[in-house]
Design a protein around this ligand. Structure first.
Ligand code: ADP
Length: 541
């Protein structure tokens, strides 16, 4: 229309241009597999990302929309792929290293991946699916001999100049990246992210009140780059010019804390299991690490127990920022950043809010649907969360059978059961498949788990539904005790009793050495159900 604002493409090339032009001297730092550190600047990174894009097109014949798979830890070459591939008009497809070779074969084949870029240190795993997935080219990253049949990453880069990349604008509505859900709940399904979604997701993530990422930050994503785009950090940081620190293969508490201290990390992100490891390391070594630079530890992927949030803050002065998201949402949905309303409350109330999942990011809208329709925002009525927004998938990639995840009016059904408060704070009660339905009423396994993990003897707790003749289902708690600690069923039940209705309390507790985890570090409840579901009928109150 005459006189309107220009149509500027919101795309990954624009993210790269900004990072390079304005923040050329900012650093990107990586821990290499031999534990040494690699450092370079945005000014060195950007031409390498462009070389990669040019070489993939010129040398390997890749074209617009073609898929380039990655199988790699978090490091600078992975960042070059993240940014370079979409800058060249192709699509980065991050493969999860922890998946079974059959799943990897399925995912890579389904996505149509033509090229694989993989770490040499992961080659034994690569060999398990590389033939079957039928990649046309395999590119190897890192030191050491080039594996058979692979192209050396550095040789590929050297084969092109940044200027070889065709000078053209990339349509913001074309695909830039893709991820598959990790299959916690069935066959993995692909989410295809547009340039526009990534650009707006980066902008919103950087906003104050969301993750507040600025040029002044040093970000260390512990969350793998193969788990929902490392929650967008590589794109967000490049857009705002934040220093980026990548931990390589070293995700243990000690290595991460060393990295926080050495690089003066200000913001970091990962799933609760990672933070449990860090908390244990900090508790065991008082005063060993200087973590004073860290302003926020973003926790998501599973619920962050309130006890963990409090332990970090009260014992170590470290602040957890709880966030909720999904592969189908780029992935950011909500952040539990307190508003002035909650900050006026007591400390105890503020912790309670911070353990909730929070309020939606801009341009993401939410509602919840119960058996009788959309539920009120009263903090009590439970319903399945539905979302729509500027970076929410509109369909799974070539998976027509997944279409039932979208409502007739185009909202995405998350599968998460929530309550929503009058001011829009959401709290996840459960995944719909994990809820316990006892005597026709829902019991939140997440609420029970979080409470149990607040008991001093409990390291981890997962609650699952087991069949029950009288009540249809009852909760069973699977507990891992801390080393050297002990606690009996009765003690744990009494610990829960003040906070829950009597009929919510599990009759049965199973004590195990370890809770099986999914490829992204969540409790694998399907495995627990298989193990314990044939349980004897519980005696219920
Ligand atoms: P998968 O579905 O394969 O586990 P995702 O990483 O996309 O892969 O998982 C998204 C789901 O993870 C959400 O639907 C929700 O159930 C859970 N989740 C993510 N963040 C949180 C959180 N902060 N609290 C509770 N659950 C969360």
């Amino acid at each position: 229309m005459d006189g309107l604002i220009m149509d500027y493409e919101l795309n990954v090339p624009a993210i790269l241009r900004r990072g390079e032009q304005l923040f050329g001297d900012k650093e990107i730092v990586t821990r290499l597999p031999d534990k040494s550190w690699q450092r370079y600047t945005y000014a060195e990174f950007a031409p390498r990302a462009r070389r990669l894009a040019a070489a993939l097109r010129k040398e390997l014949g890749m074209g617009d929309g073609d898929r380039v798979a990655t199988f790699a830890w978090n490091h600078y070459q992975h960042l070059e792929t993240y940014i370079g591939v979409p800058v060249g008009g192709m699509v980065t497809h991050t493969l999860n290293l922890r998946l079974h070779p059959d799943d990897l074969t399925y995912i890579a084949t389904h996505a149509g991946d033509r090229v694989l870029i993989a770490d040499k240190v992961l080659w034994p795993l690569v060999e398990n699916f590389r033939e079957r997935a039928g990649f046309e080219h395999v590119i190897a990253i890192g030191d050491g001999a080039t594996p058979d049949g692979a192209i050396e990453y550095e040789d590929l880069l050297a084969s092109a100049e940044p200027g070889d990349l065709p000078d053209r604008e990339i349509d913001e509505r074309s695909a830039a990246a893709m991820c598959y859900t990790s299959g916690t709940t069935g066959q993995p399904k692909g989410a295809l992210y547009s340039h526009r979604a990534i650009a707006l997701h980066s902008l919103a993530s950087a906003m104050a009140g969301v993750l507040s990422v600025t040029e002044n930050d040093t970000a260390l994503p512990v969350v793998p780059m193969f788990h929902a785009n490392a929650w967008g950090f590589p794109f967000t940081c490049t857009l705002v010019g934040a220093k980026q620190v990548f931990p390589g293969p070293f995700l243990d508490g000690e290595s991460l804390l060393e990295a926080f201290q050495q690089e003066k990390v200000t913001i970091t992100a990962g799933v609760p299991t990672i933070w449990m490891g860090i908390l244990a390391e900090l508790d065991a070594n008082p005063g060993k690490y200087d973590t004073s630079s860290v302003r926020a530890m973003v926790v998501g992927g599973s619920a962050a127990p309130q006890s963990m949030i409090e332990a970090f803050e009260k014992r170590h002065g470290l602040r957890i920022l709880h966030a909720w998201g999904m592969t189908e949402m780029c992935p950011l949905g909500t952040v539990s950043e307190l508003t002035s309303r909650e900050r006026a409350l007591s400390d105890e109330e503020q912790f309670r809010y911070r353990a909730k999942q929070g309020t939606p990011a801009p341009f993401v809208e939410m509602r919840a649907r119960g058996p009788e329709g959309i539920v009120p925002w009263d903090g009590a009525a439970m319903g399945e969360l539905e979302v729509r927004g500027v970076w929410v998938s509109s369909a799974y990639y070539e998976t027509p059978e997944g279409a039932d995840r979208w409502t007739d009016d185009g909202w995405f059904k998350t599968g998460d059961i929530v309550t929503i408060e009058p001011h829009g704070y959401i709290e996840i009660q459960d995944r719909s498949k994990d809820l316990v339905k006892s005597g026709g009423e829902w019991i939140s396994t997440v609420a029970l788990e979080n409470a149990l993990m607040g008991h001093p003897a409990v390291a981890e707790a997962a609650v699952i539904a087991v069949p029950d003749e009288k009540w249809s289902e009852r909760p069973l708690a699977v507990v891992v005790l801390k080393e050297g600690a002990s606690a009996a069923d009765d003690e744990l039940r009494e610990f829960l009793a003040p906070d829950f209705a009597k009929w919510w309390l599990p009759e049965r507790f199973e004590f195990v050495d370890e809770i099986p985890k999914t490829a992204v570090g969540k409790f694998r409840k399907t495995a627990l159900r298989e193990k314990f579901a044939s349980a004897q009928p519980a005696e219920t109150a």
